[in-house]
Write a protein that binds this ligand. Structure first.
Ligand code: NAP
Ligand code: GCO
Length: 264
């Protein structure tokens, strides 16, 4: 089972100050990787470092806005100075804005696309030359149910995450011959700060209707946890997945397979 180990691999997980990114970072360190992460500001990095220390995880953090190409290049250059190349990149940083499309400003639409689609392109672009020199690399893009499905209020997010699925396939197509694998993980509905507004208790103490809706749409009948993503993320970063390329691994408790409950 050595092929599942990440011993000595250099990993960069974007937006790993908390939530899904933090959980994947934790799994990578436990699997043996040297971990780098970034968050959007110095303050967020400081807070994250505390969380890493409390969890007993060694990790180095950068303040780097993933939308800023120069800052991204600088971050990657600093990692490469020490290690030659990034072995594993997880494009995890992301945002959502839930607004009906007819009410959404172009500025808000662009902000989501910039963070959720253009930024993964920028970070992948920065690490690819090092991976090519090294003759191996893994890029994992955090996609979404919205890479496949739509719903009210998430037009920008769905457009970006659908685009991220195709960026994944294109990186596989363009750089697969350099022994670089680019795959996606499509988390289902995971309990993090991003989805907290969809799970808030109602004034009368009852569950949020969206919370009940998601459980009824999920054969596993629950929200996912950040830990649910750890095994799939380790697999896609490890040598065990060296012939898996251009795939999106949906980790959704079965949502995409299910037509939904029949009416009573
Ligand atoms: P989260 O708790 O809101 O965390 C988002 C992370 O992205 C934070 O670390 C944040 O850093 C970082 N980030 C956002 N914009 C950034 C920027 N411009 N530069 C640098 N870092 C930035 O969200 P999450 O639920 O863990 O989601 C992580 C990823 O999974 C996202 O791409 C999301 O779309 C995707 N996803 C989530 C779910 C879900 O159900 N939760 C499902 C499918 C996919 P700061 O701390 O500095 O803000
Ligand atoms: C929403 C949610 C989602 C999830 C996730 C599903 O408002 O529908 O926030 O989009 O976070 O990406 O996979």
């Amino acid at each position: 089972m050595d092929s599942f180990s990440l011993k000595g691999k250099v990993a960069l997980v974007t937006g790993a100050s908390h939530g899904i990114g933090f959980s994947i970072a934790e799994a990578y360190v436990r699997a043996g990787a040297l971990l780098y992460f970034n968050a959007s500001s110095e303050e967020r990095v400081r807070e994250a470092k505390k969380s890493y220390e409390e969890a007993g995880i060694a990790a180095e953090g950068f303040a780097c806005d993933v939308r800023d190409e120069e800052a991204v290049r600088d971050m990657v250059a600093r990692i490469e100075e020490k290690h030659g190349a990034v072995d594993i990149l997880v494009n995890n940083a992301g945002i959502i804005k839930r607004v009906a499309m007819t009410e959404m400003s172009a500025e808000d639409f662009r902000a989501v696309v910039d963070t959720d689609l253009t930024a993964p392109f920028l970070v992948a672009k920065a690490v690819l030359p090092g991976m090519i020199r090294k003759g191996h690399g893994k890029i994992i893009n955090i996609c979404s149910m919205m890479s496949e499905l739509g719903r009210e209020t998430v037009s920008a997010y769905a457009a970006a995450k659908g685009g991220l699925k195709m960026l994944t396939r294109n990186i596989c197509s363009e750089y697969g011959s350099y022994n670089i694998q680019c795959n996606g993980i499509g988390p289902g509905y995971i309990a993090t700060s991003q989805t907290a507004p969809l799970r808030e208790r109602q004034a009368d103490g009852s569950r949020h209707p969206f919370d009940r809706f998601i459980c009824s749409k999920t054969p596993a009948n629950r929200w996912g946890t950040v830990e649910d993503l750890q095994g799939p993320a380790v697999f896609l970063a490890s040598d065990a997945s060296d012939f898996v390329n251009g795939q999106i691994l949906y980790v959704d408790g079965g949502i995409l397979a299910y037509i939904g409950k029949q009416p009573e």
